[in-house]
Design a binder for this molecule. Structure first.
Ligand code: 5GP
Ligand code: MG
Ligand code: MG
Length: 183
């Protein structure tokens, strides 16, 4: 039986739980200010954004509602194609609503750019984006992201909602995986 502890699979911690919480507090204060007199709907993208949604919303002090979408990228292998299928749509009619999309990570930005144009077609009052993490490649697909937690190097990371083969989402920090995990 292999060591069941997550920590034995990690090589390097990129962000600690404290760093993540501090940054979330800063962003939550800005979001509070932005939506002070607006009724904001937080839209989380399953499954990666569950941790950000839970922590960001509790760091906020204004009222908010929450809803969820599940989407899946078509395309082969690990490259995002930008062609997206909605697996679970919102329960909420967002027309006339102030929508804040809450994302875990933007890599190419293709998934998000599809999602945002899909949401815009429903005629909300506004659509903004908050992402906890962003990779360098995101700059190539200009999606206008209002709040970014951290810019990360171009390395595959896990934790804080981010998975490898469905696991590691429950890690409280963000880290890189040891080579033995991939083999
Ligand atoms: P994109 O922005 O390329 O369309 O796709 C973003 C999605 O790719 C994220 O929601 C996430 O599922 C996955 N992704 C991108 N970079 C990473 C990473 O470093 N680690 C993990 N676990 N997933 C990633
Ligand atoms: Mg995501
Ligand atoms: Mg994943």
């Amino acid at each position: 039986m292999e060591d069941a502890h997550i920590s034995s699979d990690l090589v390097r911690v990129i962000l600690t739980e404290d760093q993540i919480n501090q940054r979330l507090a800063e962003i939550a204060a800005q979001i509070d200010e932005e939506y002070r007199d607006k009724d904001v709907l937080l839209v989380g993208v399953l499954t990666g954004a569950v941790m950000v949604m839970a922590d960001l919303s509790r760091a906020m002090t204004i009222h908010c509602s929450m809803d969820w979408m599940a989407i899946s990228s078509y395309g082969s292998g690990t490259q995002s194609s930008g062609v997206v299928r909605i697996l679970k749509d919102l329960n909420t009619d967002i027309s006339g609503r102030h929508v804040l999309v809450v994302e875990d990570i933007i890599d190419t930005g293709l998934t998000l750019s599809y999602l945002v144009s899909n949401l815009r077609s429903r005629e909300p009052a506004s659509v903004e984006i908050m992402t906890m993490f962003r990779k360098p490649e995101a700059a190539e697909n200009a999606v206008d992201v209002k709040w970014v937690g951290f810019d990360l190097p171009n390395e595959f990371v896990v934790g804080y909602g981010l998975d490898y083969a469905g696991k590691y989402r429950n890690l409280t920090s963000v880290a890189t995986l040891a080579p033995h995990v991939y083999s």
